[in-house]
Design a protein around this ligand. Sequence first.
Ligand SMILES: [Zn+2]
Length: 53
Amino acid sequence: MALNFELDINYIEGDTVSCQGVDSHDSHPKVFLDLTSGGVVACPYCGAKFKKK
Ligand SMILES: [Zn+2]
């Protein structure tokens, strides 16, 4: 389970990332997520996980 959690993270080049859904690109309103904390940030709509590279 721990390994799967790591594989689910999307690594992003930059301080912010926009998400509109994982499976479909318009599955929820577009949101911008702040990655400057350096930790894993989860999208509040679809739960996709992002982390700064
Ligand atoms: Zn999302």
